[in-house]
Design a protein around this ligand. Structure first.
Ligand code: ADP
Ligand code: ZN
Ligand code: ZN
Length: 759
């Protein structure tokens, strides 16, 4: 008897377990796990499709979640599990590929899965909003409204006419919106009356707004360019690789015609009915780039950048997921866009630092692009004139296909480069006699000049001539920059700003001087030297909006002689065919940067800025002023160009065991309390007991070079390992320690894998 009873119990328990399946849900949370729920009463787990959003109870609050999987087991008793509150999406908003990518991101970047997953979504979806960003109200008759004899409402002729109208539309299988009903002369009141008589009902319909910023119909203009020999070779190489996963480094100097190569490859992929994703560095590039694309392809083009409204962003996202958009152009975060039918990814200017996100979820869009391409078994093209050391190294090891273009397309010539030693030279507000002479001659011959200085504002330093006091940011370990136009001192590292003081803070002397150069001051100097020519300043301060930027671009493209003064905003991708002289003022600042990537960055900047010169048929000149003319970077760059110098830089990296020869990660912490971050990181190291650490070098804690920033004191631990596995395991162990130790400290802490900057 007893045994039978036992058996019966066991079998019902088994049955219970069969039925008691649970739903595993990801929510936006710093916790790593998925959360278990049961269906609402009367519902089955299948009623909650994987990839759909749900409303769930979470502690004492509610959260939006995404269904990730089903399971038979839970750490909690089934009875203790809370039921889901409600289902948001009948159809999943993300697919299995999306969840797979999120899983990779979470593991690789050591970031909570739910947080990573929600980071990949447009804001509206993250907050639980509708998948359809633009809907209009529609009306139709219900059963009663269809059957009602019309004479029963003949006393109210307007209501009768509206009912007739709806019936007529429906019999022709047409729909009618509330807006159209109103346009036909019916008031809202009439609609309401029919609704209250229970004759009609409302529903919503998705539509695409006419003047969308994010979803554009392109035109197909034919290109009559005759491809160069190098372009043909590259295209052939790429065509050979289109059927499966392959990383192709398209390594072509500025002006070699990489865009035309993209276009031909895109055409080929579109012809096989696949979607193409093109990543571009940042907003300043978009107006020109987008136009090039929209002119060339008569396809639906989705566009993502940071200036879009949330609705526009979702509109484009939706069009990608529904396979309506065939070409997708966007900045960093568009790498997350779901593209069920993707055939090709292009990362333009793959070396660009804007592909790296440095807060919240720290990720590299380029690297995620490669993983995405691998998951989908499709090719990815990394295009650049200045390959990152990582990509170049991979190409040299034959992990990537390497295709090169060494000549400019058309008749464009490469510029002459002169490195000018300015030690002991008399400078006029930062300009050498040689530079002024060169600018004068260029303008005289009717051509354009670019003066490059990577510093906004008027002067980087305000100093007291009597006692040497200088203006520091109260919140950062940094000097304040003088902005003369706004009569302000500003910190370029936080939002701090104050009026320029009339006297010294320390000795009250009125003898304050502006030291050093910034774009504002250079503009002023040049305008005084060349009063008859326009001097246009292009930096983040002068380009407040797209309109003013486009106005400048138009002026530059008119071809009249003028001087452009700009920061690296101008070094990126812009194509100014009439620039013939470039003066680079302060490359030394970059050379002295302590970050291990600074040599690479300086060389890229030099190459990119110089590449702006002589892009049309004019021969160009580049003049670089420096106090360190014998510096290794400058001389190897002058001698061997970009590729010559990165071979040297790679040797250095190998010697010092730096990426790409080792893998790196950083844990950073910051707090308003001095020493707090440092003590916290120290506690992590003291508590670390991880075998893998033997194969992973742990350096720190050390303060950041700019220890205080925006009022927060910062420290870091640097991890280096030859093996990705050991790095990951060690930092994962630290992460557990972070979670358990953090309660006792007041600070923020983040993990950065493959950091783009360590200083
Ligand atoms: P990159 O992106 O490699 O710096 P672009 O694609 O912007 O270069 O091309 C630079 C310029 O050369 C553009 O004006 C482009 O129209 C032109 N160009 C490209 N291919 C050719 C070609 N085969 N013949 C003549 N001009 C070309
Ligand atoms: Zn003083
Ligand atoms: Zn500051």
């Amino acid at each position: 008897m007893n045994t039978n009873l036992e058996l019966a119990r066991v079998s019902t328990k088994q049955q219970m377990n069969q039925i008691n399946k649970i739903i595993k849900v990801a929510v936006l949370s710093p916790l790593d796990s998925l959360f278990d729920y049961r269906p609402e009463n009367g519902k089955k787990i299948e009623d909650y499709p994987i990839g759909s959003r749900v409303n769930v109870p979470f502690g004492s609050t509610k959260k939006i979640g995404i269904v990730i999987s089903y399971s038979e087991k839970s750490k909690l008793n089934f009875e203790k599990l809370k039921p889901i509150n409600s289902l948001i999406d009948k159809d999943p908003i993300v697919g299995k590929d999306f969840i797979k990518l999120a899983t990779w991101i979470s593991e690789y970047y050591i970031h909570p899965f739910g947080d990573a997953l929600f980071n990949m979504l447009p804001n509206i979806l993250r907050k639980g909003g509708s998948y359809n960003p633009y809907v209009m109200n529609m009306w139709k008759t219900n059963k009663k409204g269809q059957d009602l004899p019309l004479n029963t409402i003949s006393k109210t002729p307007k209501q009768k006419r509206l009912l007739e109208l709806l019936r007529e539309k429906e019999s022709n299988l047409k729909e009618i919106s509330e807006l159209d009903i109103l346009k036909q002369g019916f008031s809202k009141e009439i609609i309401k009356k029919l609704f209250h008589k229970n004759l009609i009902e409302k529903y919503e319909k998705f539509y695409i707004p006419e003047k969308s910023q994010s979803l554009i119909d392109g035109k197909s203009e034919n290109s009559n360019l005759k491809l160069t020999h190098e372009q043909k070779l590259s295209i052939d190489t790429i065509f050979d690789k289109l059927s499966s996963f392959e990383v192709i480094l398209l390594d072509g100097i500025t002006g070699s015609g990489k865009t035309e190569i993209y276009f031909q490859v895109i055409n080929k992929v579109l012809a096989s009915m696949k979607q193409v994703l093109v990543l571009i560095p940042e907003i300043s590039l978009t107006p020109q780039t987008i136009q090039r694309f929209t002119k060339r392809f008569s396809k639906k083009i989705a566009i993502f950048h940071s200036k879009l409204s949330e609705k526009e962003r979702l509109l484009a996202w939706r069009a990608c997921k529904e396979e309506e958009a065939e070409i997708i152009i966007g900045t960093r975060s568009s790498i997350f866009t779901p593209l069920p039918n993707i055939g090709l990814i292009i990362i333009d200017e793959e070396h660009d630092s804007s592909y790296k996100q440095n807060d919240g979820l720290h990720y590299s869009a380029r690297d995620i692009g490669i993983v995405k391409a691998k998951n989908q078994n499709i090719p990815i093209i990394l295009g650049t004139a200045t390959p990152s050391l990582e990509s170049f190294h991979n190409a040299q090891k034959n992990k990537y296909t390497h295709t090169k273009l060494k000549q400019r397309a058309g008749n464009a010539k490469l510029p002459n480069i002169q490195i000018l030693d300015i030690r002991n030279k008399v400078l006029d507000n930062g300009f050498s006699e040689e530079a002024i002479h060169l600018i004068k001659n260029t303008l005289k011959s009717g051509k354009q000049v670019l003066v490059f200085i990577n510093r906004r504002g008027y002067a980087p330093l305000l100093m007291c001539h009597d006692c040497g006091w200088n203006a520091l940011c109260p919140q950062c370990d940094a000097r304040l920059t003088v902005h003369r136009k706004q009569e302000a001192l500003r910190c370029h590292h936080c939002n701090f700003s104050s009026r320029i003081p009339e006297k010294c803070n320390s000795c009250e002397s009125k003898n304050l001087v502006f030291i050093g150069q910034g774009t504002q001051r250079n503009t002023e100097t040049l305008q005084n030297l060349f009063p008859h020519f326009p001097v246009i300043r292009i930096d983040r301060d002068s380009i407040q909006n797209k309109k003013s930027f486009e106005k400048y671009i138009k002026k530059i493209n008119s071809g009249d002689p003028l001087i452009l003064v700009g920061t690296q905003m101008l070094a990126k991708g812009h194509h100014f065919p009439l620039l013939s002289t470039i003066v680079i003022l302060d490359i030394d600042q970059g050379i002295y940067n302590p970050d291990f990537r600074s040599e690479e960055k300086v060389t890229q900047l030099l190459t990119q800025v110089s590449g702006r010169a002589g892009r049309a048929e004019h021969e160009g000149n580049v003049l670089i002023q420096t106090y360190v003319p014998d510096n290794d970077i400058l001389s190897s760059w002058k001698k061997g160009g970009y590729h010559g110098s990165i071979v040297e830089i790679l040797k250095n990296r190998e010697f010092h065991e730096l990426p790409p020869f080792t893998h790196m990660g950083v844990i950073r912490a910051d707090s308003t309390k001095p020493d707090e971050a440092f003590r916290f990181l120290k506690s992590l190291i003291d508590n670390n007991r991880n075998d893998c650490s033997q194969n992973c070098q742990i350096i720190g804690p050390i303060p950041l070079i700019m220890e205080k920033r925006a009022g927060r004191h910062r420290a870091q631990i640097i991890f280096k390992s030859k093996k990705r596995f050991d790095l990951n395991k060690t930092i994962n162990n630290f992460k557990t320690l972070i979670n358990s130790n953090k309660k006792n400290y007041r600070l923020r802490c983040s993990i950065d894998i493959d950091p783009s900057e360590v200083a």
